[in-house]
Structure formats: C-alpha cells, structure tokens
Ligand binder design. Sequence first.
Ligand SMILES: NC(=O)c1ccc[n+]([C@@H]2O[C@H](COP(=O)([O-])OP(=O)(O)OC[C@H]3O[C@@H](n4cnc5c(N)ncnc54)[C@H](O)[C@@H]3O)[C@@H](O)[C@H]2O)c1
Length: 382
Amino acid sequence: MKKVKVGVIGLGFIGPAHIEALRRTGIVEVAAFADNNPEVAKKSADMLGVDTYYTDYKDLLKDKSIQSVHVCTPNFLHYPMVKEALNAGKHVLCEKPLATSVKEAKELVELAEKKGIANAVNFNLRFYPLMRHVRLMVKNGEIGGIYAIHGSYLQDWLYYDTDYNWRLEPSMSGESRAVADVGSHWMDLIEHISGVKIVEVFADFATIHKKRKKPSKPIETYSGKLLKPEDYEEMPINTEDYATVLFRFSNGARGALTVSQVSAGRKNRLYFELDGSKKAVAFDSEIPNQLWIGNRDKPNESLLKDPSLVHAEARAIISYPGGHNEGFPDTFKQLYKEFYGRILEGKTGGDVNYATFKSGLRELELCDRIIESSRSSAWIKI
Ligand SMILES: NC(=O)c1ccc[n+]([C@@H]2O[C@H](COP(=O)([O-])OP(=O)(O)OC[C@H]3O[C@@H](n4cnc5c(N)ncnc54)[C@H](O)[C@@H]3O)[C@@H](O)[C@H]2O)c1
C-alpha cells in the first residue's frame, strides 16, 4: 500500500503524540525525526522505534524521500522551520501557533500557496467527533440562530511560581501566552463549529505571578513540579497567566472567554456553551465523549459519542462503538487521516475540515487585536 513518508521535528511533549497518531492512520510511514537535544533524540528513538533520527533538522529536510514534515518545536522556531520545509518542497503540518507574528504567518501562507503545497496547523480539537456533530447541528439549523457563545480554557500547570517553561519567555513563545497558547484553540474551534466570525474583542489580562523561579537547567514541558527550590533563579514575567475576552460575532451574537493557566484542578479543560434560538449545547474537553443539549420545553439531553447517534459526517471520524471512549490522541489521528488521505489523492487545497495556514494566520491576527485591546482597554475591531 502506498504511504506518505513523514518526518517530525521536535520530540518533547507533543512530537511523540504526532508520531503515535501518524502510525495509527495506516497511510503514513514515520521515516525519521529530528531533535537538537541528543539525549531526547536517543531516548525517543528507542521508545518510539524510529531508526533514523537527526540532531540537526536541516539533515531531515535534505532527505528527498521525506514528503511531509511536522513542526513540533517551541513557537519561535515554527516560522524558520516551516519556511525551510516549504522551500525543500515538503508538505507541512505545523503545531500551533503557525508563527510568532502576523507578518511571518502571512509570508508562510503565501509561500505555501505559491508552491501548491498541502499545509495545516494542528488545531486538533476540531476533530473530536462531537465537535463535528455540533458543526452539523448548526449547519442543519437544529440549534437555530446563535445568541451567544461563552466558555473557558483552564489549566493549572503554571499554578505555582516554581512552575517554569519556555512558554513564559516572549522571545520563544510570543507576546501573548494564555490567550495564544490555549485561547487560540478555543477561538479556532468556536469559529469552525459555529460558522460565525469574531468581529470585535475587548480583553482584560492579568499576570498573577509577576516573578517566577526559573530552573537552572532545561526541563521537559509539564515536569517542573519535580524540581527542588535551590535549582531556581528569579525571572520577571510579562505575559498573561489569566485573561478574559469579550466577543462580538459577525451575526450580532455576544460571547466571552476566560483563559487561565493558574486554575487549581483544571488540568486542560476547554469548555463552551453555545446558546441558540432552538436549543443550547455545552462541551467539556475533559469529558469529550459527552455533549449536553439544553432545551427550554422538554428535559435536557446528554448525547454520548456513538456512531449510530451522530450525523454521518461525524460518524466518519469515529473509530470505536458507543461506550468505548475516544480522546485527545484520537483527534490527532483523525486530523492526520484527512490531511494524508487528501495528499494520497493528489489534493493540496480545497475545502477541508482541518485548520490550514490561513486559519493559523487568523489566530495570530485575533491574538494581536486581543493584546491591543488589553493594552488600550477598548473594543478593537478585527
Ligand atoms: N495541539 C496541541 O494540543 C498542542 C499541545 C502541546 C503543545 N503544542 C505545541 O507544540 C509545540 C511544542 O510544544 P511542546 O510542549 O512539545 O514543547 P517541548 O518543550 O516539550 O518540546 C519541544 C522539543 O523541541 C526540541 N527542539 C528545540 N529546538 C530545536 C531545534 N532547533 N531543532 C530540533 N528540535 C528542537 C526540544 O529539544 C524539545 O524536545 C508548541 O508550539 C506548542 O504550542 C500543541
């Protein structure tokens, strides 16, 4: 069977998740990976059973047999790596954010278009089957006109001032943190499933820990809790731990989002409620096999993910029967099945369910306007 040969750059937290999911598609061969940390590279090769690996990603790009590249490194490296990969003629699937500035992201959108290369940004939450089902409910008019969309994306992995990661440094992460890192997932998902666009924003940012203790040696994402206090140096923090953003949508609907990386007990919880003129729906990504459906004139409903109970298009991204839960890693698998399925059919553009570089650019534009609003305390038009 014909398979697409893929290379993955960056094997920290999310790179291995890409590799596992790619292999589960059945239509991809993970040919090689690159990580500039030799220890990480060696450990990952053993754990994941990948024979070919490099500590310089440029060597991976030189391999002519590799057709597509996943960029899973810290944010500031996305732009140069994606650009080089496109120039080497590879298809590219980039982790979010596509770049750390609108200018860079625009350049990547144009370059991918000019070269006719398949491109995607890893906004994986779109690929929860129940999110596809909600999208179809909206499309079919089952929810009615949209009145409001509100919710949150809460985490606790930066709860203590001893929690540290490259994401706390704007030179590596970008000017916004909580909004860009997780708020972007929420906004991408909401625009995708609701079909309405954010047209105005009003934001309030807070940095809860104005100083944090940086470990004296680099650590893997989410493992900061294990370090001892004597291993830290104090660092000033100037990106947001917490933010609230008000939205005005293109159809006149209103909305609000709270993002936080300092909410104890919330591990990685995207939540939203979408209020329509016929019914409402609510979703919590920590229990992603359930959709709450709110009714005014009859009892509320709870839809459990089950191929026999969802719209046909949502059924297409379900691999297991009802009661057999699918979760975060499955969203990656479903996204890659569509991305590589199309590449095998020779399609690089057209109507797709995944986020393209254009959607990645959209998130950077939204984040810029949100930062502007937080600084000026004013409504800002998109
Ligand atoms: N879609 C999602 O749900 C999701 C979840 C987590 C992270 N992400 C994104 O994935 C990216 C990586 O995040 P992470 O949490 O895995 O970070 P991480 O710090 O755990 O891993 C980054 C890896 O990149 C490697 N690296 C750094 N510089 C390199 C270079 N020059 N060449 C090759 N490798 C290099 C590091 O050694 C490390 O192994 C970020 O952009 C983040 O926003 C997305």
